[in-house]
Design a protein around this ligand. Structure first.
Ligand code: HXC
Length: 268
């Protein structure tokens, strides 16, 4: 689908995306690139990174990939520094890296719980913390009056309770709290806008493949009247809105992009 945004809406902006080589992260990389941004993606798997970078470059998008795990502070630091060295500035950080699996609370080990907290929550904080120097107003490559943007990809699981995702629900709740607290502290002190996006079920993503039972598309309408799969494009358009000047007065919010699904109640 064609973008409703002007193709230069992110012109000259440098965006660093964790998990930017696959799924929702890759679609945001692509759409940011199509709207004028320079792209750096961070991921754990070299092959995924390489093919994402080639795909972006084949669209004429300046792109570079850096291997790294958001759970390792030294990786976070190295990737942020490398991005700055490569492009000379960092304007947008998107935290899209996430880990997930379905498991009952009874069967989940502490280490399993911790692993997802480490990737989603601590990883998001670590990346924000490492990037702060470059995102703050007056930082290297920036003017003294305007700071950068942070976007944290979250979920709606923790608005109520979700079966077999206690670890992810806890992790995303922490991500949302991080979004709000950084918006307050860094919005005030450094002119950095910090927002999140909470996607609903998005077609053709690792999340859907891993988490949705096979028959969900056929039965679900009975107990979730608003159930409709979204497209990765929907999330990327929300990301452009929040990352561009269109969202210049939006700070500390997590935008739910789920077709209203989390509000759904059974019909009777
Ligand atoms: C129970 C599991 C498990 C499973 C791992 N663990 N998989 N427990 N069921 N299926 C436990 C392990 O037993 C171990 O605990 C601990 O977790 C760490 O496991 P490792 O395999 O060592 O971890 P690692 O290799 O680092 O892998 C991380 C991962 C993996 C999260 C487990 O799935 C991953 O990297 N996934 C990334 C890609 C991904 O999932 N993307 C989808 C995101 S979708 P013990 O106690 O045995 O040591 C998404 C959508 C959210 O986020 C919102 C949806 C609506």
């Amino acid at each position: 689908m064609e973008s409703p945004f002007k193709p230069d809406v992110l012109k000259g902006k440098v965006a660093l995306l964790t998990g930017g080589g696959s799924g929702i992260g890759f679609e945001i990389s692509t759409q940011f690139g199509k709207h004028g941004a320079f792209i750096a993606i961070m991921g754990r798997r070299k092959q995924v990174l390489d093919s994402a970078v080639s795909a972006l470059r084949s669209l004429g998008i300046p792109a570079i990939g850096f291997e790294g795990d958001v759970r390792r502070q030294e990786d976070a630091n190295r990737v942020v520094e490398s991005t700055f060295r490569h492009y000379g500035r960092i304007d947008i950080l998107v935290n899209a890296a996430a880990g997930n699996f379905l498991v009952s609370a009874e069967d989940l080990s502490s280490n399993g719980f911790r692993t997802v907290m480490d990737i989603d929550s601590v990883g998001t904080f670590t990346m924000c913390h490492e990037a702060l120097r470059y995102l703050k107003k007056g930082g290297p490559g920036r003017s003294s009056s305007s700071g950068g943007i942070i976007l944290n990809i979250s979920a709606t699981l923790h608005y109520a309770a979700s079966w077999y995702q206690i670890h992810v629900s806890a992790a995303k709740a922490a991500v949302d709290a991080t979004t709000r607290n950084l918006a307050l502290e860094w919005g005030t002190d450094y002119d950095i806008r910090v927002n999140g996006i909470a996607p609903g079920p998005i077609d053709d993503t690792p999340g859907m493949t891993k988490l949705a039972p096979g028959d969900i598309k056929s039965n679900v309408k009975d107990y979730m009247p608003l159930y409709k799969l979204g497209e990765k494009w929907d999330i990327a358009m929300a990301a452009i809105y929040l990352a561009s000047d269109a969202g210049k007065y939006v700070n500390g919010t997590t935008l739910v992009v789920d077709g209203g699904l989390w509000l759904s109640k059974p019909r009777h």
